[in-house]
Design a protein around this ligand. Sequence first.
Ligand SMILES: Cc1cc2nc3c(=O)[nH]c(=O)nc-3n(C[C@H](O)[C@H](O)[C@H](O)COP(=O)(O)O)c2cc1C
Length: 340
Amino acid sequence: MTLIEKFYPVMKPWLFRLDAETAHTLTVKMMVIAHKLGMLKSVVTTPQQPRNVMGLTFPNALGLAAGMDKSASTVEAWSAIGFGSVEVGTLTPRPQPGNPKPRLFRLPEHEALINRMGFNNPGIHSAVKKLRHRRTKAIVGVNIGKNFDTPNERAVDDYLICLKAAYPVADYIAVNISSPNTKGLRDLQAEGAVRELISALKKEQVALKKEHGKTVPLLVKIAPDLNDMQIEALARVFNEQNIDGVIATNTTIDREAVAGHALAQETGGLSGAPVRDRSNLVLQAFRMLLKEQMPIIGVGGILNGSDAVEKLKAGAALVQVYSGLVYRGPGLVRDILSSI
Ligand SMILES: Cc1cc2nc3c(=O)[nH]c(=O)nc-3n(C[C@H](O)[C@H](O)[C@H](O)COP(=O)(O)O)c2cc1C
């Protein structure tokens, strides 16, 4: 066990006394310092099983989900603790502060989080600047969205701005239309809206491929709160538009799994253990409906190695985690990598 893995269980009770967002900021800062001091290096000895997905070679199947590194400033540190990929963002064309605090809540009894961060981010251009100088073996995905004050009728413009800016520095681009914390964003999952958005982005991808001489895969990140008809409609559009991959899923607005908890009624997206089953069902449904070669990145409720194995069995080509890290610390990375 590495120093950082031993350190987290000691720190956790202290961190959990702090408000969730403060603890998060502090932990990430400590990790970056540990990385600069060379304390994370030893973790990379975890056996690597590269995966070829979408024409990219992922050093392993485990990725950091979007939302942890919203500014693309800590990619190297996450790579050093063993992640094969890091999805930065969500990034929007203009910087924005996000929702008022508090906006992140822990529900430890359920190993869950509720967040309504609202795309707090420094803007796509700032992130791109940082990624130009990246020195990491990890695959870097750039997750893009729209500004909170851009009406849905002009959402396509925001995504196009982000796609063009991110294309030269990203290994893949994730189109986020599933955050519950930007008013109207999930409406972009409706069949007509998603077709319009994806066809514009795929068209731009062709032009950018010519300009930059490389293909950067385009994935769409979807919500777990979709009924069968919505899933079928989305899969139809993804197949018809030849999207390069799907990320299933984002957080849920459903509260059934945490009913009765003092924080259950906080507005936002619920993540961690309570989203696992729903997320897996959505993943399985898409796996049945999507073209065979279209990969799915499975995310939602992975708290240990066997949860990750379950996602791979359900049809995921790769997996990602966020909330599990808060509850299990960096030891989760080793647990998952030794299980998959
Ligand atoms: C605090 C927080 C912020 C998040 N921010 C984003 C985001 O900006 N963009 C995004 O696509 N997903 C975001 N997510 C969703 C995660 O990437 C992931 O899809 C979700 O939490 C389910 O995975 P988990 O159960 O492992 O946490 C966020 C999640 C949390 C907990």
